[in-house]
Design a protein around this ligand. Structure first.
Ligand SMILES: [Cu+2]
Length: 472
């Protein structure tokens, strides 16, 4: 906590001018107690206890910051501080974040709300908070050196503005940015419309998360902050698969998923089994005439996208970044491609010299998910996540979108694996594959892909016995 006099002194001339014009003395008299969260669990929606009503969002592996109403102003208290984030079960990272977690809590307000946010700096270096996408007075924009002095360690600053337009936004430091974002400092912000809005639909489920990336060596806890492109952990809200919670919907729910990208590269986000439209960006709602169906949308660096669709297909649908190396976790980057190379016996011989050595991938990398290689303590497993049919062979930016007929409205708990109706799962056929067609020759003339007559192929399909599926 800091006194008002300290505030003005630390804020310097420019900050004092800002504070004097837009921050009342009453506001500085008492700072709300910060609310701290200690787990990486997905918290249910925070139904607004005060202020205008709205349909709250659900933050994947995160939570919404409670506020205090004071003289009609919504007051929040963010604390920038070192945190321990469980990125996946058994793997913890030493990050920087807000109020006990990285990312920080989601801030939800309503269009037209006057918002006052106290920011206490418990980091070893100065910081600031930029409110990405907001219309606000220039001095509240949070660019240290340009619109305010940086917040020194141990000091508290206050930001105040009116949330002027509804939409999907985020916050992050604008001070030693590369270090602080590489350490996990960021959070989501949603401004809900204050009534019916022609371009903002009422939805049944509204999920939010940020794309982020870290470079943490196997066996260590702290990200390398000088990494520019070669990150080895691709995460959603500082979680990696299988540590990312599933997104759950009741069949025929209208679902919105809001995603912001604070990594150093783009992420083509892809959902299975459904088409969506991009209904908004951090610039606001997209006009209806400018929307088109997609199953993948690319989210560039510093961009936000909100996608919307009707969850009308039951099942467990993969939802992931389509860059395949972003759905794997920490791995050696210089592993040669050994597909097709016979190195039988090699591992055995090398393991006599190097205990624990394991030959990788003469058939591909999938086998690695089944291997039990001794790993250094606190290492993210590379490709893991067991589904009902075996290893999913994924990591990183991957989760499951679960649509169920009997999921209760407002129930965000994991319903378990989908129980497929009999006869609707791909399965092995009970016959040898047809013989290779005869080589192209006089019958078909010169052709790179000779036709095979349908009667040449005989496939026997064995239908599964009812109830043969091994579900739990
Ligand atoms: Cu990606």
């Amino acid at each position: 906590m800091t006194s008002r006099r300290d505030f003005f002194r630390s804020a310097g001339i420019a900050g004092a001018a800002v504070a004097a014009t837009t921050v009342s003395r009453v506001a500085l008299a008492a700072i709300p107690e910060p609310v701290i969260e200690t787990t990486a669990d997905t918290r249910g929606p925070l139904t607004p206890p005060t202020g205008r009503p709205y349909n709250p969002v659900v933050t994947l592996n995160g939570w919404t910051l409670p506020w205090r109403m004071k003289d009609g102003v919504k007051e929040f208290h963010l604390v920038a501080e070192p945190v321990v984030r469980e990125m996946a079960p058994g793997f913890k990272a030493h990050l920087w974040g807000y109020n006990g977690q990285s990312p920080g809590p989601t801030i939800e307000v309503v269009e037209g709300d006057r918002v006052r946010i106290y920011v206490t700096n418990r980091l070893p270096e100065r910081t600031s908070v930029h409110w990405h996408g907001q219309r606000l007075p220039n001095g509240m924009d949070g660019v240290s050196g340009l619109t305010q002095p940086a917040i020194p360690p141990g000091k508290t600053f206050v930001y105040e503005f009116v949330a002027r337009r509804p939409g999907t936004f985020m916050y992050h430091p604008h001070a030693d940015e590369m270090t602080q974002m590489a350490m996990g400092m960021m959070g989501f912000w949603v401004t809900h419309p204050k009534g019916r809005h022609p371009l903002i639909a009422t939805v049944d489920r509204d999920y939010v998360f940020l794309l982020n990336a870290y470079d943490i060596d196997p066996g260590s806890y702290t990200p390398k902050t000088m990494t520019m492109l070669d990150f080895n952990l691709w995460s959603w809200n500082s979680r990696i698969f299988p540590g990312i919670a599933p997104l759950v919907a009741r069949k025929n729910d209208r679902v919105r998923i809001r995603i912001g990208n604070l990594t150093m590269t783009n992420h083509p986000m892809h959902i299975h089994g459904h088409e969506f439209e991009v209904t908004g960006t951090d610039g606001g709602p997209v006009p209806k005439s400018a929307r088109w169906p997609e199953v993948t949308t690319d989210i560039a660096v510093g961009q936000m996208r909100q996608i919307e669709f009707i969850a009308d297909e039951e099942g467990d649908w993969a939802f992931h970044c389509h860059k395949s190396h972003h759905t794997m976790n920490a791995m050696g980057h210089d592993v040669p491609n050994l597909i097709g190379v016979d190195h039988s016996g090699l591992a055995e011989r090398i393991s006599k010299l190097v205990p624990g050595y394991m030959a990788m991938g003469e058939r591909g990398m999938g086998d690695m998910a089944d291997m039990k290689m001794p790993l250094p303590e606190n290492t993210a497993p590379m490709m893991t996540g067991d589904g009902p049919f075996g290893s999913v062979e994924m990591g990183g930016m991957f989760s499951v979108f679960k649509v169920r007929r009997d999921q209760k409205p407002g129930d965000y708990s994991d319903p378990g694996w989908f129980r497929h109706p009999p006869g609707t799962v791909a399965h092995e056929v009970g016959a040898a594959p047809p013989a290779a067609p005869p080589p192209a020759g006089h019958d078909h003339g010169a052709s790179s892909m000779p036709l095979v007559q349908p009667q040449d192929i005989e496939v026997q399909v064995r239908k599964p016995a009812a109830g043969a599926h091994d579900h739990h």
